[in-house]
Design a protein around this ligand. Structure first.
Ligand code: NIG
Ligand code: FE
Length: 421
């Protein structure tokens, strides 16, 4: 960047900041003592304060001084079931009294208990309950979120969930990417007839979702308690026919060869992956499929088989992280807590954890052109943190050091620090 690159006029000049740009392979892409300029919602200049032209202040309509706060790209939560009704605290209690997640699911609880709650919820109630969760994420630096359907499991209620997701994106200063997850579980009215349910997903739901433009991707749960690879393949084929990208809940509870299947369809991501095999990883690497790791679900289900992080690293597969925000396996809205868990339980470095919620999360949603790193030309979506070094984001267990969340150059959330000194 040369001095002449500074524009004639900018909306806002951000000063007295350190930047973790995530724009290169050095951990964090750090620019200490940096500055950043924003015009029309985009980053138009960033660099070290020493390279800032002397007259930059006179070219800024406003100046924000942040007394040495750290700035990162806005966090991107790339795998959530944030739209849902009710909670499953009772099942949490049952598990602690000895039942397993799979037993509860086979007994008609699990995902199906949330399906009942979603079917019974008015659209406005579903919106209100979900908005509370999104608000918490916004306050923790989140500027983009993926939201899945999958608790309606009939056309009407799947569309209802996706409309709520779209409404959240309109009401909140957060980019919402919606994913259709009709093949999440078998609804009770189709007991014993899974292929007939897949017919409904393929022949009615996916065409309706695509026609209404309510989702950009299609996900499925390929697992012994959900759908087989053959059924998943039918869902992916229909998605492709309707111009929708695919993702997959793969190898969460067992190795079902889901990652290879997803890779064959050019999946954006394969998610969970605790039981991923070397063959599955190789297929993902060849297809450019992102690995989305979900440490909240791992923790909450007391899973002991860890995702093969060394294998992913060795294959050069980008690792994203996400909250998996859902009532059954990951009742959380906190990216920072997930970063801590990914470091402690999966062995990610704090820099990998931050990349997992920024640059690699953007790839998992195919939004890396405009989001995920701080760079000239990218959207001015960023989070400002009251921390002394970037590793502190993954270090704390709880607390929220997010001073402000900025979307398109505008401050959209402010919070005084609650982190201990
Ligand atoms: O990501 N694995 C399947 N889906 C969710 C769990 C949903 C639920 O239990 O309600 C997950 O873990
Ligand atoms: Fe999930």
């Amino acid at each position: 960047m040369t001095l002449s690159d500074f524009p004639a006029m900018v909306d806002t000049l951000w000063l007295d900041i350190h930047l973790a740009t995530l724009a290169d392979q050095t951990p964090y892409g750090i620019i200490e003592k940096g500055a950043m300029a924003v015009e029309n919602g985009r980053i138009v200049w960033l660099g070290s304060i020493e390279t800032l032209p002397a007259d930059a202040l006179t070219k800024a309509r406003s100046v924000n001084r942040l007394d040495n706060a750290w700035v990162t790209p806005g966090l991107i939560d790339c795998h959530t079931h944030l739209v849902h009704a009710g909670n499953r605290a009772r099942e949490f209690e049952m598990r602690l009294n000895g039942a397993t997640y799979e037993e509860i699911a086979r007994g008609g609880g699990g995902i199906i208990s949330t399906v009942t709650a979603v079917r019974n919820a008015l659209e406005a109630d579903l919106y209100e309950q979900s908005a509370g969760r999104l608000k918490a994420m916004l306050a923790e630096g989140v500027t983009a979120v993926e939201i899945k359907s999958g608790y309606g499991l009939d056309t009407e209620n799947e569309l209802k969930m996706l409309r709520v997701a779209r409404q959240l994106g309109r009401e909140f200063p957060i980019t919402v990417m919606a994913t259709f997850l009709g093949a999440h579980a078998l609804p009770p009215e189709y007991t014993g007839r899974p292929d007939a349910y897949i017919d409904l997903v393929v022949d009615e739901m996916i065409p309706a979702v695509a026609a209404k433009g309510l989702a950009t991707a299609v996900d499925a749960f390929c697992e012994r308690i959900a759908f087989t690879p053959a059924q998943t393949e039918r869902v992916f084929t229909a998605a492709r026919q309707h111009g929708l990208r695919v993702k997959l809940h793969a190898e969460q509870l067992s190795d079902s060869n889901g990652a290879s299947l997803a890779a064959r369809f050019g999946a954006l991501s394969a998610d969970h992956l605790e039981h991923l095999s070397a063959t599955g990883a190789a297929a993902m690497a060849a297809a450019g499929t992102v690995a989305v790791l979900l440490p909240g679900a791992f923790y909450f289900l007391k899973e002991t088989c860890k995702p093969p992080v060394d294998l992913l690293r060795g294959q050069g597969i980008p690792m994203a992280l996400s909250t998996d925000c859902n009532p059954g396996t990951s009742p959380t809205t906190s990216p920072l807590l997930m970063m801590n868990m990914a470091c402690v339980n999966f062995g990610l470095t704090p820099a990998e954890a931050l990349a997992g919620f920024t640059v690699n999360a953007a790839r998992a949603l195919d939004m890396q052109d405009q989001w995920g790193i701080l760079e000239v030309g990218k959207q001015a979506d960023f989070a400002v943190w009251d921390i002394e070094e970037p590793a502190e984001l993954a270090y704390r267990m709880g607390g929220n050091p997010c001073r402000m969340t900025v979307k398109g150059g505008e401050i959209v959330s402010r919070l005084s620090s609650t982190a201990p000194g």
